[in-house]
Design a protein around this ligand. Structure first.
Ligand code: ADP
Ligand code: MG
Length: 695
């Protein structure tokens, strides 16, 4: 049969049903998938490799001899470690395995047997080693390597590297005659942006041009550029099209006349908006006056005044005789926002209600009735707001605070009478702009960078466990001065394996140590009412030190608290630490954040935490986090298909991302429905990927 791009893999000569299954388990279902299974690294063959020349971080493939194979038992856990020691004339290197790559893998090796080892050189206590490299027996005399750059593929059980290369070559050959059909980008894009044609790029990934080794090793060759461009472009194009769809929806249009509501509001508050707050407010009100729904995200550090801006926007909507809903992730926060909103709204003659899951049925019904009759201008609540039975009279604006998982489904639920409400999402996780562009490509972004005047900077210190008595001494002093503090732990309950102190234990210990201090405990396993009771006591100052897990992470505001101690800080991401730190520095008192690291923490981890000492700028912290941990840690990143990139890397390939976005915008402007003949393959691709990318 004729082999085409989407021919099932088993029909390629030399594969068959059995190997076909092996490939499918690896996500390679078609011949097209196979030839796009690009090398994960390239090795520079110009330098002669031997054991003494190994450098950490390199991908290498070198010949050596087996010295010995050892199986180490790991104590009680019954786990095994495997060690293969290799030698050549220059030295010995250890290869470490946490599991056998496949059955019989180690049994093949005998002392003095010639082998080829391929993998990444890592560091073990200052010595080089390999972790999970591929070791293949070789004939002593064979193996002349001609090319100067050697592609290295991910190994897998059941497919020998030689076989894989052979099959890829066969696939490429079979595909040659379908060159043109593999290309889905129109000529004008390829030409204008100097992108390598698809087929050529696939070939070149497997068979690098001589003389371009460095480009290949860094994934910067024109072939890589094309592959990475495609990954970004598919995502960006979906985002842009989605944005178009949103803009074809109808939304309640506000009237600028009622901006007077905001002027009134401003007279009430005892401070002036910062420049960034004003700009954001202008952007929001501008959007609200358009006939299609606003989709805007406000990013700003904790305490930068986002909620204030949102409430002002809601007052404008209320004067337009439309309702607003403010959704927050926890009941604690909804109570807090409710109290806050009520203070201002009642003075403006507007009404606010609270709706949460734990309210009594009767109370809930009252609120639901008011929403339906239109008596209520603003409702603050948790997810209960979008449950069955909640209907609005004329919902104009939905504000989502600190919300990570507000998806298409929820939006649909809130659509009514053919109108879509305006959306405002607020987040205190400062997302690097580049990432925001991809994750939230369908959202407009406003940024509040400037903090309100008079905020005290937070002093941050990173210390090891051994300094804890000193830290507690300092904490005691703060309490004696009338301040309050948080002590944060990563886990709630003892888990058998992980040796982490937990909040509950520590709460008891601290109480015993300082009987004169009033401690409170807060953790995720508590009921909502219990949590709220504890928070209320803390707010009132009747609890002086709140021992807590990360449930307090978002938005809690107690200005008198000026110290936060975070235990096992190495367990948290930098952005999360930054969020936690934002619990303090909210009042006029000088504030402190102490990050305590466990004894076993690596140098690297220590250095990473030090970033927190150097900067209080959430965006800088986020950039560092992105470089260290990748985009998966950021909110929404997982859902948005961002982590699904095979080759693209948001830090390394930022310029290509920008280009992809630009091209997607240009394309949709030219041909909004992708209906031109030259865009037919693009249209097919968009339809095929829509589910996968937008979920
Ligand atoms: P965010 O939602 O960004 O965490 P908030 O809107 O809750 O911030 O504001 C934090 C605190 O700062 C609140 O007590 C709020 O009243 C106050 N605030 C907001 N804007 C300003 C400002 N421009 N000047 C002084 N204080 C402000
Ligand atoms: Mg807030």
């Amino acid at each position: 049969m004729a082999i085409e791009f989407d021919t099932p893999i088993q029909y390629l000569k030399g594969v068959g049903p059995k190997l076909g299954d092996v490939f499918r388990r690896r996500g390679i279902a078609t011949v097209g998938d196979l030839i796009q299974n690009y090398p994960r690294a390239y090795q520079d063959q110009r330098v002669a490799q031997n054991i003494s020349s190994l450098k950490v971080g390199q991908y290498v493939s070198l010949k050596a001899q087996v010295k010995n194979v050892r199986v180490l038992n790991m104590g009680r856990s019954h786990r095994k470690l495997y060690e293969v020691n290799l030698m050549d004339a220059t030295g010995i290197v250890r290869c470490l395995y946490f599991r056998s790559p496949y059955r019989g893998y180690f049994e093949r090796f005998q002392a003095f047997q010639p082998v080829r080892v391929t993998g990444k050189v890592t560091d073990y206590k200052g010595r080089v080693q390999f972790q999970h490299p591929l070791i293949e027996p070789v004939e002593e005399q064979s193996e002349e390597i001609k090319d100067d750059v050697l592609p290295i593929y991910t190994e897998s059980e059941g497919v020998k590297p030689g076989k894989l290369k052979q099959l890829i070559a066969r696939g490429l050959e079979a595909m040659e005659e379908h060159k043109a059909s593999i290309e889905y980008l129109p000529d004008w894009i390829l030409k204008k942006y100097s992108l390598m044609p698809k087929y050529e790029s696939i070939i070149k990934l497997h068979r690098p041009d001589a003389g371009h080794i460095d480009e290949y090793i860094e994934f910067k060759s024109p072939a890589h550029r094309r592959f990475i461009f495609d990954e970004f472009f598919q995502l960006e194009l979906q985002m842009i099209l989605k944005k178009k769809r949103i803009q074809s929806d109808q939304a309640p249009e506000m009237d600028k006349i009622y901006l007077s509501a905001i002027d009134e509001f401003k007279k009430l508050i005892p401070f002036e908006l910062t420049g960034d707050q004003q700009t954001t407010l202008d952007e929001v009100t501008e959007d609200l006056c358009k006939p299609y729904p606003m989709h805007r995200m406000v990013q700003g550090d904790v305490g930068s005044g986002k909620t204030m801006v949102a409430l002002m926007a809601a007052s404008f909507v209320a004067k337009n005789k439309k309702q607003s809903a403010l959704m927050v992730p926890t009941e604690i926060l909804s109570e807090q926002h409710f109290k806050n909103a009520k203070e201002w709204f009642n003075q403006l003659g507007l009404s606010v209600e609270l709706l949460t899951g734990s309210m009594k049925a009767g109370q809930k019904q009252q609120v639901i009735d008011k929403l339906q009759s239109g008596e209520c201008d603003l409702v603050v609540g948790t997810h209960a707001l979008i449950q069955e039975g909640v209907e609005f009279n004329n919902l104009g604006l939905v504000i989502v605070d600190e919300q990570h998982r507000f998806g298409v489904e929820q939006r649909k639920k809130l659509k009514q009478k053919g109108l879509s409400p305006h959306f405002l999402v607020m987040t205190a996780t400062p997302i690097p702009r580049t990432l925001a562009m991809t994750v939230y490509g369908d959202l407009e972004v406003s940024i509040i960078k400037e903090l309100p005047k008079g905020r005290q900077p937070i002093v941050t210190r990173v210390v090891y466990e051994s300094k804890k008595p000193k830290v507690l001494g300092f904490l005691k002093e703060q309490i004696e001065k009338g301040r309050q503090a948080y002590v944060i732990y990563p886990l709630v309950e003892d888990s058998e394996k992980i040796d982490l102190k937990n909040a509950t234990d520590e709460f008891e210990t601290l109480k015993g140590m300082y009987p004169e201090i009033k401690f409170g405990l807060l953790h995720g396993k508590m009921k909502a009412v219990e949590k709220e009771a504890v928070m209320e006591l803390f707010r009132k100052g009747e609890i002086q030190v709140l021992v807590s897990t990360t449930v307090i992470e978002v938005g809690v505001d107690v200005p008198n608290a000026n110290m936060i101690v975070i235990e096992h800080a190495e367990r948290f991401g930098l952005s999360q630490l930054h969020q936690l730190r934002g619990r303090v520095g909210r009042g006029q008192h000088k504030s402190y954040c102490v990050l305590i690291l466990g004894y076993a923490v690596s140098e690297e981890s220590f250095e990473r935490s030090k970033i927190m000492e150097r900067t209080s700028d959430g965006f800088k912290v986020a950039e560092a986090d992105l470089e260290i941990r990748g985009p998966g840690e950021f909110m929404g990143a997982r859902q948005s298909g961002l982590t699904g990139f095979k080759m693209a890397n948001l830090v390394r390939d930022i310029e290509i991302l920008k280009l992809a976005r630009k091209v997607a915008i240009e394309l949709v402007e030219k041909d909004p429905k992708l209906s031109r003949a030259e865009h037919a393959s693009l249209q097919t691709m968009v339809e095929a990927n829509q589910e996968k990318i937008l979920g």
